[in-house]
Design a protein around this ligand. Structure first.
Ligand code: FMN
Length: 215
């Protein structure tokens, strides 16, 4: 259903929703939640694409900050040679985004974090300035943030910073979160099936995303 390879070009002219999966496993909770969400989007005639971060070569940010030095709305260029530029191109073409990660040690996975740190090119941050400024200050395109965790969902909202990290990622990508989906109590067995409640929540999140896309 959803395309997963970074190189596969989409020719569809319908609005496109791209989902980034920051889980280490296919068929796990995050992957299943994203599938549920993308199925709703696809049923409405929109194009969908799913990208697994563990299938994309992304180097660690080395804090040279060359990409943050020039002012302006255009993202700074990174010297590292990997798939990040191609991935950003795909994400830039998307009309809506789904950013999804399990909660590990009270935050997003290291896989997700490695990608998020590379989004520093989305801010203007010359040396000497204590805080960065977003290049896109009034993002229009919508994003939904998705996390899963062993603890109850409410506890994850209160005690982890995973959503905050995904929110910063959305901002650096020039996207505006219109909803967040937190699915808790997911680690009762190695491959737990999605509950009906989780499926319902996922579908509702997709509907929010599509409503925002129509506006
Ligand atoms: C290394 C590691 C750290 C974890 N840390 C947390 C945590 O801090 N809080 C929590 O609620 N769940 C934690 N979990 C459980 C995962 O969030 C849960 O298994 C995951 O959401 C399932 O997603 P997946 O099926 O896509 O892998 C951790 C799991 C692992 C393997």
């Amino acid at each position: 259903m959803a395309q997963s390879s970074l190189n596969s070009k989409t020719t569809e002219s319908a609005p496109q929703v791209v989902a980034l999966v920051g889980s280490y496993r296919k068929g796990g909770i995050i992957d299943s939640l994203v599938d549920e969400m993308l199925a709703v989007v696809a049923d409405s005639g929109l194009a969908v694409r799913k990208i697994y971060l563990n299938e994309v070569q992304i180097e660690f940010c080395r804090n040279c900050r060359r990409c943050t030095q020039a002012a302006g709305a255009t993202r700074g260029v990174c010297d590292l040679e990997d798939d990040m530029a191609a991935l950003l191109e795909v994400l830039d073409r998307a009309d809506g985004l789904i950013l999804a990660s399990p909660v590990n040690f009270f935050t997003v996975t290291a896989l997700t974090k490695r990608f998020v740190e590379r989004l520093v090119c989305g801010v203007y941050w010359p040396w000497g300035q204590w805080a960065p400024k977003l290049r896109v200050t009034h993002p229009q395109r919508p994003a939904v943030l998705v996390i899963s965790c062993a603890m109850p969902a409410l506890l994850a909202r209160l005690t982890t910073n995973a959503l905050r990290v995904l929110k910063s990622a959305a901002a650096a990508l020039g996207a505006r979160p219109v909803g967040s989906l937190v699915v808790g109590l997911v680690a009762r067995s190695e491959y737990q099936a999605l509950s009906n409640g989780a499926r319902r929540k996922a579908r509702r999140s997709s509907q929010k995303l599509m409503a925002a896309l129509r506006r």
